[in-house]
Design a protein. Structure first.
Length: 451
């Protein structure tokens, strides 16, 4: 619509401009013809007019507007126009329409006073010079051509924009078509990515990154569901077998012993389900608002509550991080319990600052973890042979939950090299300026406690 209005305005301006240009050119020709004829007149010798170009209507009229001389085309006709131009404006351009509808373009030129005195004894005369109005001005042909041009220009512009829009949106259509083919059973497809860095290329790149994350998440979910169902199926199968045996051989099987085994199996299933729920809550991003937690003080408190293998702690206070205290406590208890389970004689825990991070290291003096298994142990339900031997009732979810908790806190949990035993290292970003007593970081309490 805007393009049509624009071209209409252009067409109107063009039409008016052409009309004005044609009229000016024709009037100048009429004026030149009238001037030449007027200049050729002498006292007692007024030549007959000679038509020039298409200026075929020429008349010499007196003060009463009576025709004195005329060209062949204007002979026998009354004065082409009236009245004579006034003395103060001796040259006028006129368009005169006759009763039959024909219009004439005329130049009316009044004689100079000295010329009237020399030739006609002071009586003013005038020369009329002109021609029939050309078809381009007399008809609506110009407007018709202009309208056709406006419509064609608008149509061409609309077609060009449509083609341009089609080319521009073609990547979006390709992305839509590819996305429609992607299903939950097949997430390997990727949308075509146009070259460059325009909005469509960024859209395709973002879509592919999202599909990568979705495929990874679905793969992990499928693996997790498969392993979880297997871990639950094993104790439930054993429980069913024990109950069926007690039911079939009532006189030979100790019912009390069967009930004890059933309770132990139920407890193990409950532990697995509780750990699965905890892992799910962590990965689902707990909406609870994080709070400042003094990690050094937290390590002191948790290591002071351990039993069994001695735990030696060396911490620095004032290591404030933003997080969920209960979840961080669970991470520490998991790591401490794991270290005590594999230690020969002692466990060492340190909490210190490393640049803008708080670093907590838990190390035991056990047999350590082979390098090829240091990442595998963080997968759900993965338990090495030594762990199965030392803790047969474990669920294999503790380390997976701990890493998920720390990733939700923008932290990391890794197994690093050590001279002896296993060394688990936790890294969390520090929240300098915040303390548990001053969670908003304002006022004089905004200073960290000294090391």
């Amino acid at each position: 619509m805007a393009s049509l209005i624009f071209f209409v305005m252009i067409g109107i301006s063009l039409d008016l401009g052409i009309r004005k240009t044609v009229q000016d050119r024709l009037f100048r020709q009429d004026q030149r013809t009238a001037t030449n004829w007027m200049a050729s007149m002498r006292p007692g010798d007024v030549p007959r007019p000679t038509a020039m170009s298409k200026v075929d209507l020429l008349q010499l009229v007196d003060s009463r507007n009576r025709v004195v001389l005329a060209s062949p085309a204007a002979a026998g006709r009354p004065a082409l126009t009236s009245p004579l131009p006034p003395p103060e404006d001796r040259l006028e351009y006129r368009t005169v329409c006759e009763p039959d509808g024909t219009c004439l373009m005329l130049t009316a030129m009044r004689s100079l006073p000295y010329q009237a005195n020399l030739i006609w004894g002071g009586e003013p005369h005038a020369v009329y010079s002109g021609r029939a109005e050309p078809a381009i001005l007399a008809t609506r042909r110009l407007e018709l051509f202009t309208a056709v041009g406006v419509l064609l220009a608008t149509a061409l512009l609309a077609w060009g924009r449509w083609c341009q829009m089609g080319r521009a949106l073609r990547p979006v259509e390709e992305i839509r078509a590819t996305m429609s083919e992607i299903t939950a059973s097949d997430l390997s497809l990727r949308v075509p990515q146009p070259p460059g860095h325009d909005v469509f290329a960024e859209l395709a790149r973002t879509a592919n990154q999202t599909l990568d994350r979705l495929e990874s998440a679905v793969g992990q979910l499928r693996l997790f569901a498969s392993v979880a169902s297997h871990e639950l199926k094993t104790p439930l199968t054993g429980l069913r077998a024990a109950l069926e045996e007690a039911l079939l051989y009532r006189d030979e099987v100790d019912a009390h012993k069967t009930i004890e085994v059933a309770l132990e199996t139920t407890d193990r299933c409950k532990e697995i389900i509780d750990d699965l729920l905890a892992l799910t809550r962590v990965r689902a991003a707990d909406p609870v608002q994080p709070e400042p937690v003094d990690l050094g003080l937290l390590v002191e408190q948790e290591t002071g509550q351990t039993r069994g293998v001695p735990v030696h702690a060396k911490t620095v206070k004032g290591l404030t991080v933003l997080g969920h205290r209960i979840q961080l406590v669970r991470v520490l208890t998991n790591l401490l319990a794991n270290a005590q389970r594999h230690a020969h004689s002692a466990v060492w825990v340190t909490a210190e600052r490393d640049g803008d991070q708080a670093v907590v290291a838990v190390q035991d003096d056990g047999d350590g973890i082979p390098p090829e298994d240091r990442e595998r142990i963080f997968e759900p339900f993965v338990r090495l042979r030594d762990a199965q031997r030392r803790d047969p009732k474990g669920t294999g979810l503790g380390l997976a939950i701990s890493r998920s908790v720390l990733e939700a806190h923008d932290g990391t949990l890794q197994v690093e090299d050590s001279s002896h035993g296993a060394r688990f290292v936790v890294r969390l970003p520090l929240a300098d300026g915040l303390t548990p007593d001053n969670p908003r970081g304002d006022g004089p309490r905004n200073q960290a406690r000294p090391d």
